[in-house]
Ligand binder design. Structure first.
Ligand code: PAF
Length: 282
């Protein structure tokens, strides 16, 4: 497994037509499952590890985000990864961080990243930073397929629409959605779960429980109320707990089309998100 710092090394012929898994490190089995999925498609797999400053707001956790390169590589090595791309901030943002933040803020984004008032409203500027870094990583890695977890569902939809809107730039790149991986008790795997104090770990189950109870509802408003009540009961502060159209992420009145339940909630100083398909549309 090669550790690649210099983007020029990505041009090596054995890395061409790769499957690409972009990450911010602090890897867990959710990332492992993306890598296994990519490997199953039979191409060389490149994983990038880059804690992207432009997608964090000024009061967010950029500084304390876990940086665990050694254990990340230990997780990736047995999975047959061909290369781990660990670019410097300068390699990704040669114009300097301040200028790159301005570029991110000015990027035209697909509606799914600006209209739903979900992560876009709670984390202003976040998706500009995500779109900027992912676009630049794609330009450097030139993958045939890129793998994203459904855990960050609005991010996944943004990348799908961004790639479709810029086919001339990204060619035939395929964006492959991958199912959320959960702990045995239902907690969605996340690098931010490391922030949870022992006594918060049980309360964090509120998100997956809320998604489960929403399934029993026959009406959208009932599903949303049940989710909020569950989060309240576990002592979490709800940012949103909604049922939306799975494609546009805009509000829906009923379950006529595929819908998705999406949650963001705070537990102490940790912000958690989760989502699930509502299977009861008819
Ligand atoms: O999902 C993530 O880990 C990040 O948002 C990504 C896609 C690697 C961009 O920094």
């Amino acid at each position: 497994m090669r550790i690649i710092e210099d983007p020029a090394e990505l041009a090596a012929p054995d890395l061409a037509q790769c499957g690409f898994v972009p990450t911010m490190g602090a890897l867990h089995d959710g990332h492992g499952s993306l890598v296994r999925r990519a490997a199953a498609d039979g191409r060389p797999v490149i994983v990038s590890i880059f804690v992207n400053p432009t997608q964090f707001g000024p009061n967010e956790d950029y500084a304390r985000y876990p940086r665990t390169l050694e254990s990340d590589c230990a997780l990736l090595e047995p999975l047959g990864v061909a290369g781990v791309f660990v670019p410097s901030v300068e390699a990704i943002y040669p114009e300097g961080l301040e200028a790159s933040r301005a570029v991110a803020a000015a990027l035209p984004l697909p509606q799914v990243a600006t209209e739903p008032r979900l992560e876009d409203a709670c984390r202003p500027g976040h998706f500009g930073g995500v779109a900027l870094v992912v676009g630049r990583l794609f330009d450097m890695v030139r993958p045939s397929a890129a793998y994203f977890g459904e855990k960050d569902f609005q991010q996944l939809r943004l990348i799908e629409d961004m790639v479709d809107a810029e086919r001339a730039r990204f060619g035939a790149l395929r964006v492959v959605p991958c199912t959320t991986i959960r702990e045995r008790d239902g907690l969605a795997m996340s690098s931010r779960n490391r922030y949870l104090k022992a006594e918060e770990r049980d309360a964090a189950l509120a998100l997956s429980r809320a998604l489960q109870v929403a399934h029993s509802a026959q009406r959208v408003e009932t599903a949303e109320r049940l989710m909020r009540d569950t989060l309240d009961a576990f002592g979490l502060e709800t940012e949103y707990a909604v049922v939306r159209d799975s494609r546009t992420l805009l509000p829906v009145r009923g379950f006529e089309r595929p819908t998705r339940a999406l949650i963001a909630a705070r537990l102490g100083s940790t912000r958690l998100i989760d989502n699930a398909a509502m299977t009861i549309w008819r």
